[in-house]
Design a protein around this ligand. Sequence first.
Ligand code: AMP
Ligand code: GLY
Length: 436
Amino acid sequence: MSDSINVLLVGGGGREHALAWKLAQSPRLGDLWITHPTNPGLAAIAGPDRTLPVPLDLREKRRLVHFCEKKNIALVVFGPEDPLAAGFADVLAAPGRAVFGPGADGARLEADKAWAKHLMRTASIPTAEARTFKDPDAARAYIESREVSHVIKASGLARGKGVIVPDSIDEALDAIDRIMVERAFGSAGDTIIIEERLDGPEVSVFALTDGRAITILETCQDHKRLGEGDTGPNTGGMGAFCPSPLVDAQLMQTIEREILVPTVDALRRDGIDYRGVLYLGLMLTHAGPKVLEYNVRFGDPECQALMPRLDADLLEIMLATAHRRLADIDVAWKPGATCCVVLAAEGYPGTPRKGDPIEGIDTAEAMENVHVFHAGTIRDKAGRIVTNGGRVLSVVACGGDLAEARETAYRAADLIRFEGKVVRRDIASAAVAAAT
Ligand code: AMP
Ligand code: GLY
C-alpha cells in the first residue's frame, strides 16, 4: 500500500491547480501528469515533461488507454464535468486503474437537468417544481398561462450560462427563443426546464461517494454575480468562502437525510456506479433546503477555498473513493476559515481582454497563509505570466475566522496587478457582518 501512485489530472483551471497542489502534499504521489501545461501553476507542480501527449478526444481512445498503461497511471482525477459527461471515465477505468469521477451515466446528474429532475421527483428529493419542454411553442404557452415567476434552464451543459432568471414574462419568452430557436447553447437547449423560482440564500454542499458510503465535506458559499451586492450577470464564481455559517449540524443532518442519501440510493437503484464528488447547489428556503442543481465535480472557485482547509491526504481520499473504501477513511479539516477572491479580466463573463502582464504574484504568495491558484494565465514568449482568460487567478487566504481570512485575502489580492483587473470587494462580507 505504500507504493507511489502515478496520477493523471484532467482539467486546467484554478480548481485543478488547487487539486494538484493538495495532491502534491501526499507522500504517495509518484508522477503527476496533466492535460493543461499552459497553466503555469499546474506546470510548476507537474514538472516540464509531464503533459499528456495524446489529445483528450474519444477518437483517441486507444492511444489514451495505451498511454495510461505505459505510464502506469493508477488514478485518473477529473476536475471538470465535460469529459465525465462525454464518457472519459468509462474509457479510462480498468483493473489496476481507478477513476475519481462518475461515468457518463452518473454525469447526467449535471449534463441532463431534465433527467436529474426526474430522479429527484421519483426519489422525493426537495427541489423546485418544474416542467420539461422540447417544443418552444408549448414552453411559451406555459409561460403565458402563468402568473408566477420562473427560472428557465437549458437541460444540457452550457458552461454555467444555461440558467436564466427572467424579471418579466417578456424576458422569459426571450430566453425560450434564445435557447430553443436561436440555439444559443446548441443541442444543450433542445430540452428546457421551466422551474418555479425559489427564494433564499444559496450554499454549496460537497460530498464524496463511492456509490455506497457518503462523506460530507465542508460547506462553501460562492458569489456567482459579477457585481457587488450580487448584481450584474452570472459568472462561474467571483469568490467563495468556507465554511458557510448558514449550515449548522442540524441542517446538515436534514440535507443528508432528505437529499444526499436518497440521491445516492436512487443512482444505485438505476444501476449507476457513482464514485466521485456530488456537489449540491442548494437554496435554503422557508420550506427547507431545496436542490437547484447537481454537479458531478468540485465547484470552482469553491475548491480553491476547500483544499487549503483539508487536513488529510487528498490522494488517499480520492483512491478510497475510487476503490469503494470511503467508509474506512477519516477526512479531517483545519480549524478556521478560508476566503477566495477571484481576480478577473475586463470583459468577463463576455470576451475577456488577454495578454496583460501580471505583477505581484510572488509577493502575494510569499504572505503567510496565502495561496494563489492560476486559471486564466499563461507564459508569453518572454516567459512572463500574462492574462489569458476570464477568471485569471484565485487568491485564497486561511484565517482563524472568516473575518481574518477575508482581510488577508484582500491584502494579497491587492498586491497583484494587471491592466483591466476586476475584483468584487464584497466576497464574504455579508457573512462576516452577520457573525459580528
Ligand atoms: P444553477 O446553475 O442551476 O445553479 O443556476 C444558476 C443560478 O441561478 C443559481 O445559483 C441561482 O442563483 C439561480 N437559480 C437556479 N434555479 C433557481 C430557482 N429555481 N429559483 C431561483 N433561482 C434559481
Ligand atoms: N462555482 C460554481 C460552480 O462551480 O458551478
